[in-house]
Each structure stands twice: as structure tokens, then as C-alpha cells.
Design a protein around this ligand. Structure first.
Ligand SMILES: [Zn+2]
Length: 188
């Protein structure tokens, strides 16, 4: 077995024989583990795994959403010197939410036989065709909004009043009362 050893002044390769324990793991234990993983994969078809993954992603989105709400509250309380960091944190949570939103849609798309390309195209469909956006703000269709409290950025919305958030596909589903599949097909 070759093990790279980083010395004080040079990189040297030394060899040493496999121990009995290593041999046992490589030859007996590891193949058994691989076989049981393969069997597990066979027992749970792709659809089952996709559903489990979707549940996991939705739970993650909920966590990020809660952190975002908390971050907004903190931002409102904080003094000027900390505002920069709060905003940075919110921006990174927003990024993560966007990424999770894409992942959950790819999985949903797979369950509904929609390609990731179609989803990506739908996600780029201008959001202002669904709501009127002025200076990055819109009236929130998720609650009875009198003054625009929905933030619209990069084709993504977030309501500071009712905490609704999502992308243009989510918005189309709500505004038009349609399914995920219908929304992706309409936003092409
Ligand atoms: Zn709202």
C-alpha cells in the first residue's frame, strides 16, 4: 500500500504491508456493506427516494425561512455598526433558499416527468408578468396586503409581512391556482 507522507522538507512515498485488520475489512466487511447498500437501493425505487429527498428539502427550506425571519427581526433591532453583517447573513440565507428551491423543483420535476431545463427556463420567466413590481416591491398576493410588503429580487419574492417566499413558479401556482406541472408549462 502506498501512503504519501509529508516530511519536513520533502514529499516521500513509503510502502508498508497491509495489516491483518485492514485485510479483513477490505476483503470481508467492505464487500458486505456495498452489497447491502445495493440491495437497499433496489428495495427503494427512485420515486421513493425522490419523495424522501423532497421531504428533506422542504424541511431545510423551512429552517432557512425561520433563520431569515429571525435575521430580519435582528436587523430591525441592531445598531448601524452591525447592519452590514446582518445584511450579509440575510443575503447568504437568500442564496441558500434559492438553491434549495431549485433542488426541490428538480426532484418534483423528476416525479412529474419534467426536465430540469424546462424548470430552469420557467424560473427565468419575468416575475413582473404575474405581479406589478415598483422599486422592487409588490402587493403580496398571499395575504391581504394594503401597502406593498413583498420584496421582489432576481425573480424571487419574499413577503416581510406574511413570510411567503419562493420563485416565479411558486408565485404562478398561487396566483393562477395551478399545479407545479401546469406552471412550468405555462412559463416557457
Ligand atoms: Zn404577504
Amino acid at each position: 500500500m502506498l501512503i504519501p507522507i509529508v516530511g519536513a522538507d520533502s514529499l516521500a512515498l513509503i510502502t508498508y504491508p497491509m495489516t491483518e485488520e485492514e485485510k479483513y475489512y477490505r476483503e470481508k466487511v467492505w464487500p458486505r456493506v456495498l452489497a447491502s447498500i445495493a440491495q437497499w437501493v433496489q428495495e427503494f425505487p427512485q420515486q421513493e427516494r425522490d419523495r424522501a429527498r423532497k421531504d428533506f428539502l422542504l424541511a431545510e427550506i423551512e429552517k432557512v425561512r425561520e433563520a431569515f425571519i429571525q435575521g430580519c427581526a435582528e436587523l430591525a433591532l441592531r445598531k448601524d455598526d452591525l447592519t452590514y453583517w446582518s445584511e450579509k447573513r440575510l443575503a447568504s440565507l437568500e442564496k441558500r433558499m434559492y438553491k434549495l428551491g431549485m433542488d426541490v423543483k428538480i426532484v418534483t420535476g423528476r416525479l412529474e416527468s419534467i426536465s430540469p431545463e424546462m424548470i430552469a427556463r420557467a424560473r427565468r420567466y419575468p416575475i413582473d408578468t404575474l405581479v406589478t413590481v415598483r422599486h422592487g416591491k409588490a402587493l403580496c398576493p398571499f395575504h391581504n396586503d394594503k401597502h406593498p410588503s413583498m420584496d421582489v429580487r432576481k425573480n424571487f419574492y419574499y413577503c416581510y409581512s406574511c413570510n411567503a417566499s419562493g420563485d416565479v413558479i411558486d408565485l404562478a401556482m398561487h396566483v393562477r391556482g395551478i399545479t407545479f406541472k401546469e406552471a412550468v408549462n405555462q412559463l416557457q
